[in-house]
Design a protein around this ligand. Structure first.
Ligand code: KG4
Ligand code: ZN
Length: 347
C-alpha cells in the first residue's frame, strides 16, 4: 500500500510517501530560521509558512519517491495535538488530496506516530511492527514528556506524563536563559559534549516519587536562580559548556531513572524512546547503558524520525490500514488538545 502522509502540528512542514512499510520519501521544510527571531514558535506565522510550503513539499515528496499521485492508495495526516492553525494546513491538504482521488483517509495522533517510530530501522527506513513486544515507551518532545505502557501493536496506555514543562521545553528554556539560540535542545547537546556534568548541581524533580509523572519547570527556574547568582558563568566558554552538561545531566537522570523503574515494575524487557529529545546524544547513551545494566532491550527511534516528520505518520497509517481501521474522508476535524488515551479508548 502506498501512503501519502502529512505532518504540520508545529513548525515543520512535512510530507512523506511510505510504500508497504518503507519510507521512500520524507521531506521536511523546517521553519526554525523564521521563528528564531521570536525565541519560539509563533502559531500564526507557522500557519502562513505551512501554507506557503505545503505544495512544494508535496511535489518534492513525489519527485524523491519516483511515484505519481495516481499511485497513492491511502492518505494520512496528523490530527492533533498541536497548534490549531498549523495542524489545519496539513490536515486539510491531506483531506483535499484524499477527497479528490476518493482515497481512504486517516487522522492520526502525533505522539502515537512518535511512539511507533521506534519500531523501525534499516536503510531505507522500514517498519518492524512484527517485532513489537510489551514495552515502556518514553516519548520526549518539545510539547510532551510521556511514559506509555505498550502491550502490543496499537494497544497502549499512558503511565505518566509531565505535570508542567516538557523535557524539550526545559532544554529550550534553559538554553534561552544561557543565551543560546532557539531551539536550544541541540545547542545544549553540542556544548554539553565538552562540559563536565558534575560541575554544577541541579535538582532532579520528582525522581524520588514512586509515580511515573515528571516535572521540569522547577529545574528551569533553578537555572535562572543559578545564573542570577553566578552571572560570570556566562562570560566563560568552559563554564557555559559545564553548565549545559550539568543541566542536561539532571534532565537525563530523571528521564532514564523513571523509565527503567517503570519497566522493571511492569516486568517488561523492553524500552523504546522517541520524539525530538531522543536526538540527544547524552540521553541515547545513558539509556543504552541503563538498559544494558538491567538486561532490558532498547529501541531508539532513528535520528531521522525523532524530530517531527511525516514519515512516522505514514508508517503508523500503514499499521492502522493493516489492522483494518475503517477510515473515512469525512473523518472529523483536527483535535488540537487530543490526548493519547482518548485514541486508544476510541473517544
Ligand atoms: O518532537 P519534536 O520535533 O517536536 C515536538 O513534538 O515538540 O521535538 C522538538 C524538541 C525541541 O524542544 C528541541 O529542542 C528538542 O526536541 N531537541 C533536542 C535535541 N534535538 C531536538 N533536545 C535535546 N538534545 C537534542 N539533540
Ligand atoms: Zn513531535
Amino acid at each position: 500500500m502506498n501512503i501519502l502522509a502529512f505532518e504540520t502540528s508545529c513548525d515543520e512542514t512535512s510530507v512523506a510517501i511510505v510504500c508497504d512499510g518503507v519510507v521512500v520519501s520524507n521531506v521536511v521544510a523546517s521553519q526554525i530560521e523564521t521563528h528564531k527571531v521570536y525565541g519560539g514558535v509563533v502559531p500564526e506565522i507557522a500557519s502562513r509558512q505551512h501554507l506557503k510550503n505545503i505544495t512544494p513539499v508535496v511535489a518534492s515528496a513525489f519527485t524523491e519517491s519516483g511515484l505519481r499521485p495516481e499511485d497513492i492508495d491511502g492518505v494520512a495526516a496528523t490530527r492533533g495535538p498541536g497548534l490549531p492553525p498549523a495542524l489545519m494546513i496539513g490536515f486539510r491538504a491531506a483531506q483535499g488530496f484524499a477527497f479528490a482521488r476518493e482515497l481512504p483517509f486517516l487522522g492520526l495522533h502525533h505522539h502515537e506516530a512518535h511512539l511507533y517510530s521506534s519500531w523501525t530501522g534499516g536503510e531505507p527506513l522500514a517498519a518492524r511492527f512484527d517485532e513489537i513486544q510489551p514495552s515502556v515507551a518514553l516519548i520526549v518532545s518539545g510539547g510532551h514528556t510521556l511514559l506509555v505502557q505498550v502491550d502490543s501493536a496499537l494497544k497502549h496506555r499512558i503511565l505518566g506524563g509531565t505535570i508542567d514543562d516538557a523535557a524539550g521545553e526545559c532544554f529550550d528554556k534553559s538554553a534561552k536563559l544561557i543565551g543560546l539560540p532557539y531551539p536550544g535542545g541541540p545547542e545544549v547537546d553540542r556544548l554539553a559534549a565538552e562540559g563536565n556534568p558534575k560541575a554544577y548541581s541541579f535538582p532532579r524533580p520528582m525522581l524520588k516519587e514512586g509515580n511515573d509523572d515528571f516535572s521540569f519547570s522547577g529545574l528551569k527556574t533553578s537555572v535562572r536562580y543559578f545564573l542570577e547568582k553566578h552571572p560570570a558563568v556566562l562570560e566563560d566558554g568552559q563554564a557555559i559548556r559545564d553548565l549545559c552538561a550539568s543541566v542536561q545531566e539532571a534532565i537525563i537522570d530523571v528521564l532514564v531513572t523513571k523509565t527503567i523503574r517503570a519497566t522493571r515494575r511492569m516486568g517488561f524487557r523492553c524500552v523504546t524512546a522517541s520524539g525530538g529529545v531522543t536526538c540527544n546524544r547524552g540521553l541515547r547513551s545513558r539509556l543504552q547503558l541503563a538498559c544494558e545494566k538491567s538486561g532490558i532491550g532498547l529501541r531508539l527511534s532513528e535520528p531521522a524520525l525523532c524530530t517531527d516528520n511525516a514519515g512516522m505518520v505514514g508508517l503508523l497509517a500503514g499499521l492502522y490500514f493493516e489492522q483494518g481501521a475503517s477510515p473515512s474522508v469525512n473523518d472529523d476535524d483536527i483535535r488540537p488538545g487530543w490526548t493519547l488515551d482518548l485514541v486508544t479508548s476510541g473517544a
